[in-house]
Design a protein around this ligand. Structure first.
Ligand SMILES: [Ca+2]
Length: 222
């Protein structure tokens, strides 16, 4: 609860009706049985100091909030910041890779910092370790987000401008997970830097990539 010295205390009280109406995230909707085994667009409200917003929820797997899909949808870093600072979240990256099939990779305890901190990401650990093809996308814990007009990468070049996309880029080569998906018929990674890509064996093209956040994942330790 907000303390008496909290400048948001009054506002939170004023919004208390709203807070009870909206789930914090898709996982809460799943746990509350509000939308059990459905998927679609719902209003969620991760923080009482922020207005509710529309989220695509997949409730079939303990509740997942979609944050990126096929190079055409990105939830936005400000919402990512609020969602990941409200409750513990796991970032799930799903991909279908030719010859390897469906893959998931998890980043446990995924947090996106504020705009003042460059929307840098941190996470506790990734997994599973035997699913390495998706393990290199985020690369360096603590990297700031880059867009074409905000170059936070570690390269002398402007990676976001080269790739025509936004990401937590470090170098400009090898990976572009928010780039344009490639046709299923393409066997190998395109030389076009705007293509969806990352470094995996054989330079296989990636026709399919989605990212979700979930609070509902049962985390295994040790
Ligand atoms: Ca740069």
């Amino acid at each position: 609860m907000a303390g008496l010295d909290d400048p948001f205390a009054l506002r939170a009280d004023a919004l208390s009706v709203r807070v009870s109406e909206y789930d914090e995230d898709c996982s809460e909707g799943y746990n509350e049985d509000d939308y059990y085994l459905t998927k679609g667009v719902y209003y969620t409200q991760p923080s009482p100091t922020q207005p509710p917003f529309r989220t695509f929820c997949d409730m079939r797997l303990r509740g997942r909030s979609r944050i990126m899909a096929k190079g055409t949808f990105w939830i936005g870093n400000e919402l990512l910041h609020h969602v990941t600072n409200s409750r513990r979240q796991t970032l799930i990256i799903e991909a279908t890779i030719p010859e390897l099939g469906y893959r998931q990779y998890f980043y446990y305890g995924f947090v996106v910092k504020s705009e003042e901190e460059g929307y840098a990401f941190t996470y506790d650990r990734g997994g599973p370790s035997n699913d390495h093809p998706l393990g290199d996308i985020l690369l360096v814990n603590g990297t700031k987000f880059s867009t074409y007009d905000v170059d936070n990468d570690l390269s002398a070049d402007n990676c976001a401008d080269i790739h025509k996309s936004g990401w937590w880029f470090t170098t400009c080569g090898g990976y572009n997970p928010t780039g344009q998906p490639q046709p299923l018929s393409d066997q190998f990674m395109s030389s076009d830097p705007t293509s969806l890509s990352w470094p995996i064996a054989g330079n296989l093209s990636i026709p399919y990539l989605r990212m979700f956040l979930t609070n509902g994942l049962v985390e295994r330790h040790g």
